[in-house]
Write a protein that binds this ligand. Structure first.
Ligand SMILES: [Zn+2]
Ligand SMILES: [Zn+2]
Length: 824
């Protein structure tokens, strides 16, 4: 007999979970094997989170999904590549550092600011890594990276150089979304729309050369009046047809502007006449371009009015609005004002309304790729769930500007570019100069190739942080250093929340298509958002926030992961519910008790050797097991995680524990009465069923399953960990439909007899004199007859009489006409 560990009475996740986490790391259970050429690889494009310092419930949902996939694939025989990175750069980090130290980026030298950012990021990574380890995610930590490391920005910069050479990157004067608080350009994807209540001002614009006649224009942005360059009406608006081509006098500044007819004008808005300012919104940008109008820039990069705003120069936007409204009133040009609820574009980080400014910026030519993105997203990529593909397609099709990739910030990957001080010639770094910070190092050139000048000015703008994280698929694979990087590219799985499909999934697509003319990933696994117990998005400011550490502390990592999977279908929003965590916890304890029972009953059992002859009840269980394995496997292949988990739960709890174990206890306890072979058959069946349950549950609840595996199964199965054991298959010869059909009758009859005992307030162990059964169908009688000893043993009955035909008694639920009587 082999030495086996003892399972304590209570399952204690606080002791068990860290023990196995250390074991997995020490034993390298999750290491990707670079040398292995046998097993197929499976590459996961793990999201590098922004190091906020907190691994929140949304992260738990996201990571649990793809950790389940990683663990499942490992058990299916794949060499799984599961890295973890950190997306360090960018506005979120900078804004937090500014808040923490009460500074703005311009108040400390750039080097000092960078140092504060790095310090902040390192601290936060430490805290988040702790949480990731505590949840038992099967990451290969030897593959960890940070986007702020020079070795990572070497790759980001290389991708910039390649795309510049391919013509995908250009520098131009173009209007961009601008956050005046953050002092930087931001991309369309970083503009969030909020409904705000503002005022709509009705302002009189005099008709040029018409004495006192005027048209009234309604606007929410009177402060932009000094930048008014045109007015417009809808071409079919009868009210204004006569005015098209004539001129208006811009109030307060006296400039004359023309009235255009343009079908972008909504005749229902305000009075039907609109002013075109440079720039109030994207419509203005299109209008100005279409009609070749000149641009008057009155809002500066700092959000204050420029010299071009005349007497309003230097005022903030709010101050200018108040001053202009006062001046309009004084001049008798403000007809009225009324409240209006409208959509305002705001900065995703600080929620300041964005302005549209024209500034020299770097762009990536993404709109040229739209057709390709759409085609590949629909034809080459598998989406879980399928309908999520439309989020990417609709976004790609909606873009009307290229991606602005330069930022006027500090903590980011430098743009590897210099300019000739004399002629302005653009010098883009050579690949072998990288990584380089042009602000600290000159180009490796003697002189400007165009004019011979020996002086250069560095590009001080930096790259959008999405420019770092949008090459993860290639970087994870080892690009550009590993000659065999294509082995891991495209990634097999890209997991993400649906809220960042338009950023992360989209940018990954355009970047890899432009760089390699290939999609970055073969499949996209999408998770929903986590809602608070009140049904709203979980958010600190709503008072419905639960930190991930709380359920882990109270019920352990496995129960917390249970919530993430059982809480809802893949892709749907999942409410956080303590009840779900507790349900998971109760299930785990049920499993633990079953494992302890099996452990004790199998003390003298060794698998292998000639198979014992199985009873109908044993075959019934193995058939149910086979079907469960099939359902779980199919669900996992399609990333329907909750379907898989609930099938495991139902089988374990209701079939194995509540029915089968109860129906074979008499055999296990009394081999002298029921025979050694019958006992061995029950042991064999229990071993097989529990081992499969533990294996199927392992991707979801990795700790308790490892604990049980190591104690009960490792001595015989030999795999170092349940997580590298081969995925279970249905037992040979199963499912067996006949055994299942017959077994169902028997199990249902046993349950009915036990219920009847309970109804009569008898102990379940109380002896019965006899059970008399009347079966309307012959096969039912045969099934019951075949299980005679299991029925007698389980019901503690002295006699079992089975007759085909009608009789008097209680009806067995689900079997019309099948009746029984018990005699005490
Ligand atoms: Zn901002
Ligand atoms: Zn030059």
């Amino acid at each position: 007999m082999r030495e086996r560990a003892v399972l304590p009475k209570d399952y204690n996740p606080k002791a068990v979970e860290p023990k196995w986490q250390e074991f997995w790391e020490r034993e390298g259970i999750y290491r990707f094997d670079w040398e292995d050429r046998e097993r197929p690889v499976f590459a996961i494009d793990t999201p590098p989170p922004y190091p906020s310092g907190e691994f929140h419930m949304g992260n738990v949902l996201n990571w649990t999904y793809f950790d389940v996939v990683a663990r499942y694939k490992r058990m299916r025989g794949y060499n799984v590549h599961f890295p973890q990175g950190w997306d360090c750069h960018g506005l979120p980090t900078e804004v937090r550092v500014e808040q923490k130290h009460g500074i703005t980026k311009t108040q400390v030298p750039p080097d000092e600011f960078r140092r504060l950012c790095v310090e902040f990021v390192e601290e936060n990574i430490k805290a988040m890594k702790e949480a990731i380890k505590r949840l038992g995610y099967s990451i290969d930590w030897s593959l960890e990276y940070k986007t702020m490391d020079p070795d990572y920005w070497r790759r980001t910069q290389l991708s910039f150089v390649i795309l510049y050479r391919k013509g995908y990157i250009y520098r131009a004067q173009h209007p961009v979304n601008w956050c005046p608080r953050c002092g930087t350009a931001i991309a369309d994807a970083e503009v969030e729309y909020e409904t705000r209540t503002d005022k709509l001002y009705y302002v009189r614009f005099k008709l040029a050369g018409e004495g006192g006649r005027y048209l009234t224009i309604a606007t929410t942005r009177p402060e932009l009046i000094p930048a008014c360059v045109a007015a417009a009406v809808h071409p079919e608006d009868e009210r204004y047809r006569a005015y098209v081509g004539r001129e208006l006098v811009v109030p307060l500044v006296g400039r004359r502007v023309r009235i255009f007819a343009d079908d972008m004008v909504d005749p229902e808005f305000g009075t039907g006449v609109v002013m075109i300012c440079t720039y109030g919104d994207k419509e203005d940008v299109r209008f100005v371009a279409r009609h070749g109008l000149s641009v008057i820039t009155i809002v500066g990069e700092d959000g204050r009015m420029t010299e071009q705003a005349g007497k309003y120069a230097g005022l903030t936007i709010e101050e200018a609005r108040r001053a202009i409204v006062e001046d309009l009133k004084a001049a008798g040009l403000l007809e009225r004002e009324e409240p209006i609820a409208h959509e305002v574009g705001t900065c995703w980080r600080c929620h300041t309304p964005v302005e549209i400014l024209v500034r020299e910026q770097w762009f990536m030519r993404v709109r040229d790729l739209t057709d390709k993105v759409v085609e590949k997203a629909l034809k080459e990529i598998k989406w879980y769930p399928d309908y999520m593909k439309w989020r990417l397609v609709d976004w790609a099709r909606s873009l009307d500007w290229d991606w602005v990739i330069s930022r006027q910030r500090v903590f980011a990957t430098p743009i590897p570019v210099w300019y000739c001080a004399r002629c302005g010639h653009v010098i883009v770094a050579e690949p072998d100069w990288l990584p380089v910070d042009p602000r600290l190092e000159p180009p490796k050139l003697e002189a400007c190739p165009k004019c011979g000048c020996r002086e250069f000015k560095p590009e001080t703008d930096v790259l959008d942080t999405w420019f770092d994280s949008s090459i993860t698929c290639a970087v994870h694979a080892g690009w550009p250093d590993r000659p065999d990087w294509r082995r891991l590219f495209p990634s097999d799985l890209h997991p993400s929340g649906y809220d960042i499909i338009r950023t992360w999934a989209y940018y990954l697509m355009v970047r890899h298509l432009a760089l390699f003319d290939e999609v970055p990933f073969k499949a996209c696994l999408i998770n929903g958002m986590v809602l608070g117990t009140d049904g709203r998005m979980m958010h600190k400011s709503y008072g419905n926030y639960v930190p991930a550490s709380e359920p882990i502390e109270r019920y352990g990592a496995d129960a917390t992961r249970w919530w993430a999977i059982a809480g809802g279908a893949t892709g749907s929003d999942v409410p956080f519910r303590w009840e779900e965590v507790r349900h998971g916890w109760r299930f785990l304890r049920k499993l633990w008790n079953a494992a302890r029972f099996v452990h004790m009953q199998l003390a003298d059992y060794e698998p292998g050797g000639p198979a014992p002859e199985l009873s109908l009840v044993d075959r019934w269980l193995l058939s149910k097991l086979a079907k469960t394995i099939m359902v779980v496997t199919e669900a996992l292949e399609e990333c329907r995680f909750n379907t898989a988990l609930l099938a495991i739960r139902d089988f374990t709890w209701h079939v194995l524990c509540d029915q089968y174990i109860e129906a074979v206890k008499h055999r296990l306890y009394n081999p002298d009465k029921y025979g050694e072979e019958a006992r061995r058959a029950a042991q064999h069946t229990l071993y097989r069923a529990l081992y499969s349950v533990v294996q199927m549950l392992a991707p979801f609840c990795p700790h308790i399953t490892e604990e049980i595996y190591q104690a009960l199964f490792r001595p015989f199965e030999g795999h170092r960990s349940v997580h590298i054991s081969p995925w279970p298959r249905p037992p040979k010869g199963f499912p067996d439909e006949e055994a299942e059909k017959a077994g169902d009758v028997v199990i249902t009859l046993i349950r009915a007899v036990r219920r009847e005992k309970a109804r009569r307030r008898m102990a379940l162990s109380a002896p019965l004199k006899a059970i008399r059964v009347f079966a309307p169908e012959k096969w039912q009688a045969e099934a019951i007859e075949a299980c005679r000893s299991d029925i007698l043993g389980t019901c503690k009955a002295g006699e079992l009489e089975v007759r085909v035909g009608e009789g008097e008694g209680m009806e067995v639920e689900g079997y019309p006409g099948l009746k029984f009587r018990i005699e005490v």
